[in-house]
Design a binder for this molecule. Structure first.
Ligand SMILES: Cc1ncc(COP(=O)(O)O)c(C=O)c1O
Length: 370
């Protein structure tokens, strides 16, 4: 039975189902038109329901960060990349225990990770495919030197049942407005080209070159050599993505529905969405990047500060004066964090809640015995 959104208790994340479908369609058709394999990162939605929608639209598989995400997604997908170093016996063995029908690929950048994963693969008696991770400018994980990456690929090749399948990188340093990304993307493409030439000369041509993000989503085809891309945020989008022009404001599918609980202090209004609903996420890549979210209908009104259960709307740049009890929809700065703070998401069309789905891969999925 559809429920009016007016009857929802706030704060609550709600997703505009039409916008979600358009976001999924647009990325799928971009991938198809550029002959790129789309392997979306599920860390944004953490929900098998959305993953199935991505696979139905042609995604070749899914990307996960944690063992629990991979376990949950293995219920709907038989081709999973864990784009996170599988360091430590516990993590490596947990990954190797994924269902046998799941083709498992893992991205890594150290011999320790190779050895942990090889040991787990042998115990589980299954092949595990490996992408060697390169640092192409983000300086987070990934080998900065191509020679080291080639040596690691050889180590993978020498440790069956591991299989050297390709190389991976994450362009997380490219968060500039879309029309200003060219210099960084050109440098990245050049570094990737050098790396691919060196791998070729070493007789280790990668079957897959996996990159991609939401800020660079629509430019992926300009990075020669990339065969697979892994955007995550694009399903819901957020204020950061819209502010840099990687999506339109009307493509922000997830908002936090909140209620104005106080207007007592002049020049501001207080809503019931604070850090426990929005996270304390800064804007990235835009200047000035003030506040922790903005209103869907009034992007100039931002959440200027927060306590755990209070968000303070700055009314200094607007003549709008909300009433206590009025409801607003907040576009969060970073949607992935908001999703992860919640057990379930409400799917809405207009003013009606049509459906809901659990954030099933939230948390770590283990229980400590006490
Ligand atoms: C390794 C990796 N790949 C892909 C993504 C998806 O990027 P985005 O959130 O920009 O869509 C992330 C995001 O953190 C990531 O860490």
């Amino acid at each position: 039975m559809p429920l009016p959104t007016a009857e929802l208790e706030t704060p609550i994340p709600i997703v505009d189902l039409d916008r979600l479908a358009r976001n999924l369609d647009r990325a799928a058709s971009y991938a198809a038109s550029h002959h790129l394999s789309l392997r979306p990162h599920i860390k944004t939605h953490k929900s098998p329901r959305i993953a199935e929608e991505q696979l139905r639209r042609g995604a070749v598989g899914l990307t996960c960060a944690t063992p629990f995400e991979a376990e949950v997604m293995s219920t709907v997908c038989d081709d999973i990349l864990v784009a996170y170093p599988p360091v430590g016996q516990v993590r490596a063995h947990r990954l190797a225990r994924l269902p046998e029908r799941t083709a498992l690929t893992v991205a890594l950048d150290s011999l320790t990770a190779v050895d942990d994963l090889a040991a787990a693969a042998r115990v589980a008696d299954r092949p595990i495919h490996v992408y060697v991770e390169l640092d192409l400018g983000m300086h987070r994980v990934g080998l900065p030197r191509v020679d080291d990456a080639i040596a690691l690929a050889r180590a993978v090749r020498d440790r069956p049942p591991l299989d050297f399948a390709g190389i991976a990188f994450y362009p997380g340093h490219v968060r500039d407005p879309v029309d200003q990304q060219s210099p960084k993307l050109e440098a990245l493409a050049q570094a990737l080209g050098h790396a691919l030439d060196a791998f070729d000369r070493a007789g280790l041509r990668p079957r897959v070159v996996s990159g991609g993000s939401t800020p660079t989503l629509w430019q992926t085809h300009e990075i020669a050599g990339v065969t697979e891309f892994r955007p995550g945020t694009y399903v819901y989008n957020d204020r950061t993505t819209a502010a840099i022009g990687a999506c339109g404001w009307d493509e922000c599918a997830l908002t936090v529905l909140a209620t104005v609980v106080s207007t007592a202090v002049p020049g501001q209004a207080v809503i019931d969405a604070g850090t426990k609903a929005l996270g304390r996420e800064p804007m990235r890549g835009v200047d000035p990047g003030e506040g922790f979210g903005c209103l869907l209908d009034r992007p100039d009104v931002v959440v200027k500060s927060m306590s755990e259960e209070h968000g303070i709307l700055d009314l200094s740049s607007t003549s709008w004066r909300p009433e206590v009890g009025e409801r607003v929809r907040v576009i969060p700065n970073h949607v992935c964090i908001v999703v992860h703070l919640n057990d379930a998401i409400a799917g809405v069309r207009g003013d009606m809640v049509e459906t809901s789905w659990p954030v099933a891969a939230r948390g770590r999925g283990y229980r400590l015995e006490t």
